[in-house]
Design a protein around this ligand. Sequence first.
Ligand SMILES: Nc1ncnc2c1ncn2[C@@H]1O[C@H](COP(=O)(O)OP(=O)(O)O)[C@@H](O)[C@H]1O
Ligand SMILES: [Mg+2]
Length: 242
Amino acid sequence: MSRAGALKRLKVDVRQKSFQSASGGTLHVIRGLAFSLQSGEVGALVGPSGCGKTTLLRIIAGLDPDYEGSVALPDHGRLGFVFQEPRLLPWRTLEQNVRLAAPGASDATLTALFHTLGLETHRNLFPGELSLGLARRVALARALAVEPDLLLLDEPFVSLDDALAARLREELAELVSFRPVTTLLVTHNIDEAIGLADRLFLLSESPAHVLAEVPIPRPRVKRSAADLATLRAEIAGKLSQA
Ligand SMILES: Nc1ncnc2c1ncn2[C@@H]1O[C@H](COP(=O)(O)OP(=O)(O)O)[C@@H](O)[C@H]1O
Ligand SMILES: [Mg+2]
């Protein structure tokens, strides 16, 4: 593997990623998966469960160096990562969890973030006192507080009820429009991907690769049911041709 120097865009080319199984076999998880994102673009990786999405994000984040290929991060490469589970330190308050990850964040930055995410009145609670929805908000605040150059989101709204997930999506869209950041969102929810992303990358079953790329026209406004149906039909068409 190699991690190329700073570029304006995120450029991912994972030629091969495999795991050794307990029985001694080799599990090929990713093969020939390549895509890039322009600075400030929001990309969504949409693929079936178990196809290798979390594995890919860990590679991009530099948490797993054991692969063949290359990853070039945008600009300074400061990274915000929202993991599939919120992963908060249970013995620290909500505010301490965020400050630990972003010691350089100003009070004004944190106050604005907590305000947008509806966390002001919860600053001094411990993670055990938070609902899953609140814990996911804290995980978002923690990732954004570092003012990342690249934001990685691993199914950040999974297992929330529809209304709450929709509200959090809107909050995320607002935050990203406020301070554009190159963002890669992993989801298996096509509507979520359409609602948030500029570009969809449809992934195959494992070993994962990009089956099709679907640009989503801006502005990223609330789409009508008819617009959504058209986009869904286009995506279904690409998947059936793949
Ligand atoms: N550390 C690991 N060791 C062995 N197999 C793994 C490991 N991590 C993930 N896998 C396997 O790799 C495949 C892809 O996993 P993952 O990236 O978590 O999928 P996704 O996030 O798309 O649901 C799965 O079959 C999973 O069991
Ligand atoms: Mg996953």
